[in-house]
Write a protein that binds this ligand. Structure first.
Ligand code: PLP
Length: 375
């Protein structure tokens, strides 16, 4: 199989799966228990927190495990608005955020907040100036993702943070697609809240983390219950998921530069090869090393995806999170309907080879040459 959808999710390497198995079978205690198996389980959580913190150059006490990236996004938005409730109820975000942010902001609007959605240019880029000029006196929160999951555009979070230095608005960034793909530290980015998800970097599904640092204070609990995660995100810790997340992150960290170079080489090679397909268009800037969006205008992406599926080549139609619906990202970029409907996303992982890209090229070319445009 040729798996080219690493932005949707990633395979768990055997080492991370082994760490999970051990947490489930050997170190199965409840981390809150006061005896040896409890202490062993707690050590898994502490170690995991230290590894994720280290990957961000943050302190362990600034990392809170969540059940997924979606949860981290929702929590961060609500926590920031709560902290800044005396500043106002205005939110600045972008029109191309993941639905975990966009749909949460929509809900917050229904609850009385107002929001400005900054639009990208035709390439999918967003400038710091556009974001900062949307900020008002009553803006309590700015939420801008680090890497767009459909176009691979990298947004200027650091510059936005610098522009907010003299404004009370808190800054959240959804770094789910940026974590361990592009180099950054929490401090360097300057965001107050940073969302991560394990399953985009070789960890299991169902675990993520939220960094709360910078100006984030008195973080609003997500749930109310026991004292886990500093009492802010109670519930018995998902030790196996944490073990898998931490081990996967560790493996990626050990080979960070090599993997980044490999991903970028695959993306550049794919650009070169796919660029030879007649009428093929590149969509978005493809800044991130692992994501490349391309369109065969007139050829419905669903058909491309299902034909490639039949050949054992797996790519996504726009974004796996918006199955069946016109992508809000491509719409916000102002792409014409034929181009938007023909857009597929290819995303690479550490295991991707040039041969995989060659197979993709052949399959896309065959599709282009044997099917009639339908749009
Ligand atoms: N944010 C971005 C940018 C994503 O790509 C995703 C996953 O597709 C998420 C958030 C949601 O993460 P999770 O699947 O862990 O809830």
């Amino acid at each position: 199989m040729i798996y080219l959808d690493h932005a949707a999710t990633t395979p768990v390497p055997p080492e991370a799966a082994q760490a999970m198995l051990e947490a489930l079978t050997k170190d199965f205690g409840n981390p809150s228990a006061q005896y040896a198996p409890g202490r062993q389980a707690k050590a898994i959580v502490d170690r995991g927190r230290a590894i994720i913190a280290g990957a961000l150059g943050a302190k362990p006490e600034q990392i809170f495990f969540t059940s997924c990236g979606t949860e981290g996004d929702n929590w961060a938005l609500r926590a920031a608005l709560h902290q800044n409730r005396r500043v106002g109820k205005h939110i600045v975000t972008t029109a191309v955020e993941h639905s975990a942010v966009l749909q949460c902001v929509r809900q917050l609007e229904r609850e009385g907040c107002s929001a400005t959605y900054v639009k990208p240019d035709g390439e999918g880029r967003i400038t710091a100036r556009a974001v900062l000029s949307a900020v008002r006196e009553d803006t309590a929160l700015v939420s801008v993702m680090l890497v767009n999951n459909e176009t691979g555009a990298v947004f200027p979070v650091e510059e936005i943070a610098a522009g907010l230095r003299d404004h009370p608005a808190l800054l959240h960034t959804d770094a789910v697609q940026g974590f361990l793909k592009i180099p950054f530290t929490a401090k360097g980015l300057g965001a107050d809240y940073i969302t991560l998800s394990a399953h985009k970097v070789g960890g299991p599904k169902g675990i993520g983390a939220l960094y709360a640092g910078g100006r984030a204070k008195n973080v609003l609990p997500l749930l109310f219950g026991g004292g886990q995660e500093g009492g802010l995100r109670p519930g018995t810790e998902a030790t196996a998921q944490i073990a898998g997340f931490a081990r996967a992150a560790e493996l990626r960290l050990e080979r960070r530069e090599e993997i980044a170079a490999r991903l970028a080489a695959c993306r550049d090679y794919a650009r070169e090869r796919l660029g030879a397909i007649p009428d093929l268009r590149f969509v978005g800037p493809g800044d991130a090393p692992h994501i490349l969006s391309v369109s065969l205008p007139g050829y419905p992406s669903q058909n491309i995806v299902s034909e490639l599926d039949g050949k054992g080549i797996y790519i996504s139609a726009g974004s796996a999170c918006h199955r069946g619906k016109a992508s809000h990202v491509l719409t916000a970029m102002g792409l014409d309907k034929r181009t938007a409907a023909g857009t597929v996303r290819v995303s690479f992982g550490p295991e991707t080879s040039f041969e995989d890209v060659d197979a993709l090229f052949e399959a896309l070319l065959a599709h282009r040459n044997t099917r009639f445009p339908m749009l």
